[in-house]
Every structure is written in C-alpha cells, then in structure tokens.
Ligand binder design. Sequence first.
Ligand code: HEM
Length: 127
Amino acid sequence: MLKNIHIFTALISFTLFFIRGLWVMKGSVMMQQKWVKIVPHLNDTVLLGTAIALTISIGQYPFSDGWLTAKLLALVAYICLGIEALRLARTDIGRAAAWLAALVVFLFIVSVAVTRMPLGFFYPLML
Ligand code: HEM
C-alpha cells in the first residue's frame, strides 16, 4: 500500500513537473493558477512522507544503504534543478537545460529504486 502511494505520487510528480516546465517555457498563464502553486507541493510532501515510511518499514536508510543515499542525493539535485527550471533561470536555454537535466535525474532515481543499486542506469557503464 505505502509503496503504491509512493510510486503513484512519483508519477504525479514527474507529470506535473513535465507540464509546468512546458508552461514556463511557453510563458503560459497556467503557472498563475492557484492549484498549480499548491498541488505539486502537496503531492511531493506525500512522496517524501511515504519515502521516509518505506525506509523505516524495510529497515534500510540513506547514509547506511548506498542505493538510498544515491536516491536522496539525486532527489536534492532534482529539487535544485527544478527550482532553477521553474523559477530562477532567466533565459529560455537555461530553463530548457535545467528542465531536461531534472527529468534525466528523475529517471535516474527511478532506475536506482528499481535496481536497488546506487549507480542505477549508469551501472552497465561500469562493467
Ligand atoms: C523523486 C523521488 C523518488 C522517486 C521517483 C522514487 C521512486 C520509487 C519507485 C519507482 C519505487 C519502487 C521500486 C520497485 O519496487 O520496483 C521506490 C521504492 C522505494 N523508495 Fe522511492 N522514490 C523517490 C524518492 C525516495 C526517497 C528520497 C527515498 C528515501 C531516501 C525513497 C525510498 C524508497 C524505498 C525504501 C523504496 C523500496 C520499498 C520496498 O521495496 O519495499 N524513495 N521508489
């Protein structure tokens, strides 16, 4: 149940971030909508809450289990790139670059989750 909510909110997070990036780059008025300012944060709070609950339920933790350390650090990178893409970047190219990088980092987090290996989809490069 917890894991399903975690995966579901991860999917919503990705979708909302994807769409908001397109809206910002188009200069869409959608970014002014109240729900657009609230719902992503509520969703991400649930995502993080279930992440913490899951670590406790399986007894594995960041800075003790490599794959969870990688997930947490990549999450911080995803948040920073997201803030850059949606708020701070001043040029179209800057916004697009930060948005694309954030999407790649998100997919990396999913690959770490599925493989339970810190390198995620970079693992084959190490072989
Ligand atoms: C954007 C951020 C995140 C995404 C997209 C994400 C995605 C996922 C996915 C897809 C799974 C299911 C993997 C599978 O079973 O095949 C999962 C499981 C899990 N996630 Fe996350 N996650 C995120 C953040 C975090 C964070 C920050 C933590 C804690 C540091 C965390 C802790 C866990 C744990 C412990 C499981 C395993 C549950 C189990 O196997 O019973 N997640 N995550």
